[in-house]
Design a protein around this ligand. Structure first.
Ligand code: 5GP
Length: 189
């Protein structure tokens, strides 16, 4: 466990950059990390695990919003996505895998949150990864367009920018960043 307050680590970046795979690997490799499970109104993709999100109706989402149940939420390409308020008692460092608008909200609420922005090695590789998930052409095009808007904002907000050109190297780099922040935190106490 970290010595100070648990860290909030926000992993953001455009669709198809590999954020999901990266955060899964981070929590597997570092037992002090806890991965927040978001709520979404998006339909579950074919082959997507049941626990990838808490898949809910718009009514259920809006109700949870109204009772202040989210740390942040946004509407992304027509669906709601939100981070439920993290359990403050767990003591683990919390990992959020969210898009740029949510990252901005978390930074405003918690300026000490660490924002790691992940970039694809190229647009062509990002497109290849998006297509690999089985999304329809129109969805892939929408996500690529969205990425053009998200990247400059994300990069200006980020504490660290990482290019996911090699998954293992990216994971190692992110674990080092997290360790560095833990050590920096520990020296403040
Ligand atoms: P996807 O539909 O590809 O699973 O997710 C679309 C985008 O929403 C991704 O950039 C993903 O990181 C982001 N996202 C997932 N969960 C949340 C959340 O709880 N809040 C916000 N703001 N974005 C989220």
């Amino acid at each position: 466990m970290s010595q100070g307050e648990p860290l909030i680590i926000v992993v953001s970046g455009p669709g198809g950059v590999g954020k999901g795979t990266i955060v899964e690997a981070l929590v597997k490799r570092d037992s002090q990390l806890w991965l927040s499970r978001s709520w979404t109104t998006r339909a579950q993709r074919q082959g997507e695990p049941d626990d990838a999100y808490r898949f809910v109706s718009r009514d259920a989402f809006e109700h949870h919003m109204a009772v202040g149940g989210f740390l942040e939420w946004t509407e992304f390409l027509g669906n709601y996505y939100g981070t439920p308020n993290p359990d403050a008692t767990s003591g683990s460092d919390v990992v959020l895998e969210i898009e740029v608008d949510g990252a901005q909200q978390v930074k405003a609420l918690r300026p000490d949150a660490i924002l790691i922005f992940v970039l694809p090695p190229s647009r062509a590789e990002q497109e290849r990864r998006l297509r690999g998930r089985g999304d329809a052409d129109q969805k892939v095009a929408e996500r690529l367009r969205k990425a053009e808007d998200e990247e400059p904002v994300g990069m200006s907000l980020a504490d660290h920018v990482v290019v996911n050109d090699d998954l293992e190297r990216t994971i190692d780099e992110m674990l080092e960043i997290i360790e560095w922040h833990r050590a920096a935190d520990a020296t403040q106490y």
